[in-house]
Design a protein around this ligand. Structure first.
Ligand code: XBP
Ligand code: MG
Length: 242
């Protein structure tokens, strides 16, 4: 059995069920900016085909608002609108509204004790990761991760493999030394294109997506022992006193 040297985590949908928080924050930003746009769950499901908030706004305008009069500095407009969204989203996280998914904190603790490296590979904005993990793991969360690949750091977001290549380079590890944890088809396409064995935890938005090529599929990581068995990770589940 190959020894797994690192676990690379997607953030949105994987570490926490964040997408409805993102959706509501986009809507707050639209209202604050005087736009009568509203992304309901059914529409957001379609918009999630495009990763990255700025890219998603542009996809929405191009596909669903063909008559929108774009301002002269359209790039600046989108950037600004997205910054307002990020403010609302990080405020929501700071108030502790979005917890980590079952098993995530324990897995991170087990891996650290076993000397397995941890990394992040996400399309989301770095401030979002900080706000989520400061609450979920504590102020020193950054020291837990050997590589933290976020947002615009690479030219092409998921499903392109760029962010995973960036993380592998930082870790100085080969793809076969790592596993990835993802929740979406776009994420899976990205990690597989980088040659990384990938396990998927599904959620409300991704349940019906195509996960062909995944090494394993889980509802969540509530049963960590089952996950460790399937992955081949010899990590003991720590005894938690209740
Ligand atoms: C998550 C995303 C992100 C978030 C919004 O995908 O696509 O764009 O929805 O975050 P993944 P930003 O889980 O595959 O990384 O608005 O900060 O881009
Ligand atoms: Mg995701």
């Amino acid at each position: 059995m190959t020894t797994i040297k690192a676990i690379i985590f997607d953030v949105d949908g994987t570490l926490a069920d964040t997408e409805d928080g993102h959706r509501k924050s986009f809507n707050k930003a639209f209202a604050e900016s005087g736009l009568n746009w509203n992304w309901d769950v059914a529409l957001y499901d379609k918009l999630l085909r495009v990763t990255g908030g700025k890219e998603r706004i542009k996809y929405f305008v191009g596909t669903f608002q063909p008559n929108f009069a774009k301002p002269a500095d359209y790039e600046g407009f989108v950037k600004n609108l997205h910054a307002v969204k990020t403010r609302h989203y990080t405020n929501m996280l700071g108030e502790g509204h979005i917890p980590l998914r079952p098993g995530i904190k324990q897995l991170i603790n087990d891996a650290r004790k076993a000397g397995v490296k941890l990394a992040i590979a996400t399309t989301t904005t770095p401030e979002n990761v900080s706000a989520l993990l400061e609450i979920g793991l504590g102020k020193d969360w950054e020291t837990y991760f050997a590589a933290n690949g976020c947002g615009d750091i690479v030219p092409h977001k998921k499903p392109a493999p760029d962010i995973y290549f960036w993380v592998l380079d930082k870790l100085r590890l080969a793809p076969e030394d790592c596993i990835a944890l993802e929740d979406s088809e776009n994420g899976l396409r990205s990690s597989l294109a980088a040659g990384i064995k990938t396990f998927v935890t599904i959620n409300h938005y991704t349940r019906n997506q195509d996960f062909a090529g995944a090494a394993g599929l889980f509802e969540d990581l509530g049963d960590l022992n089952a996950f460790y068995r399937m992955v081949g990770l010899p990590l003991p589940k720590q005894q938690v006193s209740v």
